[in-house]
Design a protein around this ligand. Structure first.
Ligand code: DP6
Length: 328
C-alpha cells in the first residue's frame, strides 16, 4: 500500500481563471499549458491501517494545518474510489524552483493523486487520474500529461468531462520557457482567492470570458503548426488580460512588482531587436519567458543581467506523471 510518483508542473499559455463550481473545481473557461521538465514534485504515499489521521511532510518538514487539510481532502477522493478509509503518510519533495515560489500546486496534486491511486492498487486511465488531480488543484489536471495539454472545461454538473487532454506530446516541439524569479515575499492573494474575487466583482471578467476561446484557438494552432509568433503573441495577450481583470476587482489587487515590469519590458526590447520572445505570468510576480532553443542562451543571459531577477530556470516540454509501487 505504498507508492512513489513524480509529476511535472505546467505553465498555462491560456490561463484557467475562475471556477463555476468551487467544491468540484470546475472552471469557467478552458485552458492550455505546457508541462515543464525543470519544475516537479516527487511524492511518496504509504497507507497504514494503524493510523487515525493523515500526516504530510513537505520538503522534509511537517506541513502546516491548511496544507495537510488539502492533502487529506485530496486523499479522500482517492479513498472514496477505492472504497477504503485507511489513512496515509505523505512525503513530498519539490524541485528547486518551487522553493523560489514557482507553481507547485499543479505538480504537487498531480503527484499526490498518481501516487495515492497507485498505492491503493486502483487502475485508472488518464482521464480518471486527471479528474482526481483536478479535485486537489485545478491546474494539476493538466500535469497528468506531458507536452502540451488542454483542460477541457466540460459541461456536466458532476465534472466527469472536465479534465486534461494532450494536444501534442513533449517531442512535438521544443518550446523553451525561462522562469525569471523576482524577490517576492509571501503572496498576499492566492490564485484561489484571486480568481474568486475576480469572478465575483470584476467588471472586466466578462471581457476575459468573451475572448478566451479565440486565444485558445490561436495557441492551439500555434502549437500544432509550430508557429512560434502565433503561440507567443496569443499567450502574452491572454496573460495580460487575466491580470487586467484583477485591476478592476473589488478590492483591486495586482500581482506585479517593479521587477516584473522590468522583465516584461526586456522581453519587448528583445523582440524589438529581432529575438522572438514573449512572456506569461501566473498569480504572482515571477515572469515566464517563452523563446526558441536557439535564442535561449541570449534570453537567459539578458534576464540574469536584470538587478531584480534573483534566479532563472530553463524548462523544455516535460513528460507525463508516473508512479511506481514501493516494497512489493
Ligand atoms: C493563474 O490551480 O492554483 O496559475 O484550482 O484553486 O487550486 P485552484 O487554483 P490553481 O490556479 C492556477 C491559476 C493560474 C493559471 C493556470 O495555471 O492556468
Amino acid at each position: 500500500m505504498e507508492a512513489k510518483a513524480t509529476a511535472y508542473s505546467n505553465i498555462a499559455l491560456v490561463k484557467y481563471w475562475g471556477k463555476r463550481d468551487e467544491e468540484l473545481i470546475l472552471p469557467t473557461n478552458p485552458s492550455l499549458s505546457m508541462t515543464v521538465d525543470a519544475i516537479y514534485t516527487t511524492t511518496r504515499v504509504r497507507f497504514d491501517e494503524a493510523r487515525t489521521s493523515d500526516a504530510f511532510r513537505l520538503d522534509g518538514e511537517p506541513a502546516g494545518q491548511d496544507a495537510t487539510r488539502r492533502v487529506t481532502e485530496a486523499l479522500d477522493h482517492v479513498r472514496a474510489l477505492a472504497g477504503t478509509r485507511v489513512r496515509a503518510v505523505v512525503e513530498s519533495v519539490n524541485s528547486g524552483p518551487t522553493a523560489a515560489g514557482l507553481a507547485s500546486s499543479a505538480s504537487g496534486f498531480a503527484a499526490l493523486a498518481t501516487a495515492a491511486a497507485t498505492a491503493l492498487g486502483l487502475e485508472l486511465d488518464d482521464t480518471q487520474l486527471s479528474i482526481l488531480a483536478r479535485r486537489g488543484s485545478g491546474s494539476a489536471s493538466r500535469s497528468i500529461h506531458g507536452g502540451f495539454v488542454q483542460w477541457h472545461m466540460g459541461v456536466a454538473p458532476n465534472g466527469h468531462d472536465s479534465h486534461g487532454v494532450q494536444v501534442a506530446d513533449e517531442k512535438h516541439w521544443d518550446v523553451v520557457m525561462i522562469a525569471a524569479c523576482v524577490n517576492a515575499g509571501a503572496k498576499d492573494v492566492s490564485s484561489r482567492d484571486g480568481m474568486r474575487r475576480t469572478v465575483d466583482t470584476s467588471p472586466f471578467y466578462r471581457g476575459w470570458l468573451d475572448t478566451v476561446d479565440r486565444d485558445l484557438e490561436n495557441v492551439r494552432r500555434g502549437i500544432l503548426e509550430r508557429d512560434f509568433e502565433l503561440l507567443g503573441s496569443a499567450a502574452e495577450s491572454n496573460a495580460l488580460k487575466m491580470h487586467a481583470t484583477t485591476l478592476a476587482a473589488q478590492p483591486p489587487f495586482i500581482y506585479w512588482l517593479p521587477a516584473s515590469l522590468e522583465i516584461m519590458q526586456t522581453v519587448r526590447d528583445l523582440r524589438g531587436a529581432g529575438v522572438p520572445a514573449y512572456f506569461t505570468m501566473d498569480a504572482g510576480p515571477h515572469v515566464v519567458v517563452l523563446c526558441q532553443p536557439d535564442d535561449a542562451a541570449v534570453v537567459d543571459a539578458r534576464l540574469k543581467e536584470l538587478p531584480g531577477v534573483t534566479q532563472t530556470f530553463v524548462s523544455h516540454p516535460g513528460p507525463r506523471a508516473h508512479a511506481t509501487r514501493v516494497g512489493e
